[in-house]
Design a protein around this ligand. Structure first.
Ligand code: SF4
Length: 343
């Protein structure tokens, strides 16, 4: 489920949705202030539930979504219906609550007749294995099953990831994370989740990394030696990522101070003129005079997913989507930090 605190009452660090993060850093603590991505996740999740249940407020919820988000939710609902077949789908929050090893959670939709549940995810694909293992464990207990299937619905990407667990497998996955969390000798492990962690600004592991990077200014700092050694290079980049994160946070604070009349010595606010543009309605009014061809070439290529959604919305299943028209751009390469346990 997208970003919502589970179980109600006091928010504990140890809850199913935090397990994938705790599996990497046992000291992770979620930030109590939900960011825009988490808020969007919760909204889409509510709309998904409402659509599955066909509740009266579903149109009201739909009005809060963009047309792309409406299409993403209806894709997820159609996947649930297709995989559930004639089986009953439970989607009321009260029907989807679960408890496992003292952790509370809420699945998005359960199909007890097929021993499976669905979880809606927004944004990029990430690891949710430990959260799904916890849900599987709770749902196996509630539905007297010895195996369980979890389907993650990445609605923005229109992708599905499926996990199947036996009781013992799910128990082992959850138990390992819970044990590491309760270990009195646990240590923070810097990772891709640091930016979301409530301790991001105070965490000793991150401060240590920053302290390692700052000697760049030291006259004795030998950059050639760093880039010549793969271990030092990796460590240096990891430290730079933390410094970048701190820098972004510091920039926000400085902008706020300068906007409210404060001073940050050495820095000032600069206002850039906004780009000029013509909205699509105006282009539409003149498109016949100019010609569709020149206007469409000026707009450029459309992503295949956007075109698929347009096709779905306007042509539905009346005509098959021309998959052969989808072109692939040249692959690009970028650097991504790996989590210590997934290296
Ligand atoms: S900031 Fe990063 S390393 Fe520190 S506790 Fe949080 S997740 Fe762990």
């Amino acid at each position: 489920m997208g970003g919502r605190s589970e179980g109600g009452g006091q928010v504990s660090a140890l809850r199913p949705s935090n397990l994938p993060k705790l599996a990497v850093c046992p000291c992770y603590e979620s930030n109590p202030v939900a960011g825009p991505a988490a808020e969007r996740g919760t909204l889409l999740d509510t709309a998904f539930r409402a659509e599955l249940l066909q509740t009266d407020d579903r149109h009201e919820l739909e009005d809060k979504l963009t047309s792309e988000e409406v299409a993403a939710v209806s894709w997820a609902v159609s996947m649930v219906r297709a995989m559930a077949g004639r089986e009953r789908v439970l989607a009321r929050e009260d029907d989807c609550r679960l408890q496992v090893l003292d952790l509370n959670g809420t699945a998005d939709a359960i199909v007890p007749g097929r021993l499976m549940h669905f979880d809606l995810k927004t944004g990029l694909r990430r690891n949710y294995r430990e959260q799904m293992a916890a849900y599987a464990l709770g749902l196996m207990g509630a539905h007297f099953a010895s195996e369980w299937t979890c389907h993650l619905l990445f609605c923005d990407l229109r992708e599905i990831e499926t996990f199947r667990f036996t009781y013992d497998e799910a128990h082992a996955v959850v138990d390992e994370v819970v044990r590491a969390f309760h270990d009195p000798r646990k240590k923070p492990v810097t990772c891709e989740y640091c930016g979301w962690c409530a301790k991001a600004e105070t965490c000793p592991a991150r401060r240590e990394l920053v302290a390692e990077t700052l000697p760049v200014a030291d006259p004795g700092f030998d950059f050639e030696a760093v880039i010549a050694d793969p271990d030092r290079l990796g460590q240096f980049l990891k430290a730079c990522a933390v410094v970048d994160d701190f820098r972004e946070r510091a920039k926000k604070v400085a902008i706020e101070q300068l906007k409210t009349g404060g001073e940050v010595p050495g820095w000032r606010l600069v206002t850039r003129k906004g780009n000029e543009f013509v909205n699509s309605e105006t282009v539409g009014q003149h498109i016949e005079e100019i010609g569709f061809g020149p206007v469409l070439s000026a707009y450029g290529n459309m992503t295949a997913n956007k075109f698929r959604r347009l096709w779905e919305e306007h042509l539905g299943s009346s005509k098959p989507f021309p998959e052969e028209a989808v072109k692939h751009a040249a692959p690009s390469t970028y650097l991504k930090q790996t989590n210590p346990k997934t290296k």
